[in-house]
Ligand binder design. Structure first.
Ligand code: AMP
Length: 201
């Protein structure tokens, strides 16, 4: 069983690479952004609240996000037993600590974090293109700017957090989807899920 975090700035290719990883490693995909967009589309109370944060490029508060994640995990027991790819979570240190706790309670852990590294100028171009192609509401110039600020101030510190646990695997995220994926699979093929819990001892 492999629990993986796919990590990176907005527009770094987390969703695209997740699809490839799922095809090859059979993991269950939890994208917190997709969960929230689905709630918004269905007009639920959570969706209405989330929309206020998302449209401004801000993060949903940690306590709420942790509940959303725990619900996702617990409502798919068979699928998560294959291993999970977390896409868009954690985004803050408190979320990472809660993820450790949640998985520990369920007898498992985060085995590896793959970090997609892409320059801001390329991230902006990619998100503007995605906004034009898909109509995704938060892919507009003002919100993109704020999302990148939030990424650098609140999310990027997680690289160091997981690096200290010997779990962080940086991968250059520019270049073709195939090229980036081959780099990721080289890391994943070498992860020893039995001994990774001792990596930081
Ligand atoms: P994403 O699709 O991962 O880029 O997420 C889109 C938006 O959903 C983000 O800009 C946040 O507003 C919100 N969001 C998604 N995941 C999280 C999270 N783990 N913590 C807080 N907000 C989140």
């Amino acid at each position: 069983m492999l629990n993986l975090v796919i990590f990176g700035a907005p527009g770094s290719g987390k969703g695209t690479q997740s699809e490839r990883i799922i095809d090859r490693y059979g993991l269950y995909h939890i994208s917190t952004g997709e969960v929230l967009r689905d709630q918004i589309a269905r007009g639920t109370q959570l969706g209405k609240l989330a929309d206020k944060y998302i449209s401004q490029g801000h993060l949903i508060p940690d306590d709420l996000m942790v509940k959303v994640l725990a619900d996702e995990i617990d409502s798919h027991p068979d699928e998560v037993s294959r291993g999970i790819i977390f896409d868009g979570f954690p985004r803050t240190i408190p979320q990472a600590e809660e993820l450790t706790r949640l998985l520990k309670e369920r007898g498992t852990e985060v085995h590896a974090v793959v970090g997609l590294e892409v320059e801001d100028t390329e991230l902006i171009e990619r998100m503007l293109k995605r906004g034009r192609d898909t109509g995704r509401a938060d892919d507009n110039p003002d919100t993109i700017k704020e999302r990148l600020n939030v990424y650098h101030s609140q999310t990027q510190p997680l690289r160091e957090y997981y690096h200290k646990q010997n779990k962080f695997h940086p991968v250059p995220g520019s270049g073709s989807v195939d090229h980036v994926f081959s780099h990721i699979s080289r890391h994943l093929d070498n992860i020893d899920t039995e001994s990774s819990s001792n990596a930081n001892i």
